[in-house]
Write a protein that binds this ligand. Structure first.
Ligand code: SAM
Length: 273
């Protein structure tokens, strides 16, 4: 296990309860609703085979199983795989790395990457994960991946009233290189700009790349005022969720993206391995 992998496993096994995340806060519930909406638009009809790479404890895999899909989950963290297998309904899950998937070529009708791209800090690793998703997906099958916007950190620091000198410096650094070192929260992570994401997708061999905002401004709810009063109507309206199908640089976690993989013809459009 390399150092980055070790830190991600330690984070999720010892410091963060991913199994509770999507129910914990309103913006996470919004993330779940919007992600499921996008998946249901994008995926081929059930009972198609869906590989959920970085599927965690199985929140989306479980919904898709219930919808009638044949779902297999791959995740880096053994605890998540155990939770996926032991939950109801149980999921067919294995420990594995998005950069080297334990699946046969073309064995899936669709592949999800809702996690690995924002944990892989090296561009080469992210492109490799995308190529692996293409390899295991049948020609033309959809691939859906999630990233976190480059602007998520600074927006969160302001919204949570943590925008002191240290966080201003951290924001400048994050906006420059997108690399999260974990000392200000979360763990090893990478925050994308839209153009960079599109370039990585194209380099991996994907075509028809479409980027969808997931949370938009709804990702940051207004803090309750010290008076305890409900925010004024205008601020409620400003923070209401807006689903978006255009590049949304202020989407926080994740700026969801969906695209179709390149059709493979002999000698043309074949993804490099
Ligand atoms: C925040 S969780 C997201 C879980 C779920 N997909 C969701 O969207 O709610 C990120 C997941 O990605 C997994 N992950 C990170 N890097 C990975 C990699 N290289 N290969 C496979 N899984 C990875 C983590 O173990 C974790 O379960």
């Amino acid at each position: 296990m390399d150092q980055v992998t070790g830190e991600i496993v330690t984070f999720y096994e010892q410091r963060y309860d991913e199994a509770a995340r999507l129910d914990r806060r309103p913006q996470c519930r919004l993330e779940r609703i919007r992600t499921l909406e996008l998946l249901r638009e994008l995926l081929p009809a059930a009972p198609a085979r869906v590989l959920d790479v970085g599927g965690g404890p199985g929140a989306y895999a479980r919904e898709l199983l219930t919808d009638g899909y044949q779902v297999r989950l791959v995740d880096l963290v053994p605890l998540h795989v155990k939770q996926a297998r032991e939950g109801q309904p149980p999921i067919d899950a294995v420990v594995g790395d998005a950069r080297e998937l334990p699946e046969a070529d073309g064995s899936q009708d669709a592949t999800l990457l809702l996690g690995p791209l924002y944990h892989l800090q090296e561009r080469g690793d992210r492109v490799r994960a995308l190529r692996e998703a293409i390899r295991v997906t049948r020609p033309g099958g959809p691939i859906a991946a999630a990233v976190i916007s480059r602007f998520a950190g600074p927006i969160d620091f302001v919204a949570s009233a943590r925008f002191d000198e240290r966080m201003v410096a951290e924001s400048r650094r994050l906006l420059t290189d997108g690399v999260n070192d974990g000392s200000t929260g979360f763990t090893q992570a990478y925050f994308h700009r839209v153009a960079e994401l599109t370039a990585e997708c194209r380099e991996a061999g994907l075509v028809d790349v479409v980027i969808h905002g997931v949370e938009g401004r709804g990702g940051r709810r207004p803090r309750r005022r010290s008076t305890g009063r409900t925010p004024r109507r205008s601020s409620r309206r400003r923070c209401r969720w807006r689903g978006s199908t255009v590049p949304s640089p202020i989407s926080s976690r994740p700026a969801g993206i969906c695209w179709r993989s390149a059709p493979r013809r002999s000698g043309e459009g074949e993804p490099q391995r």
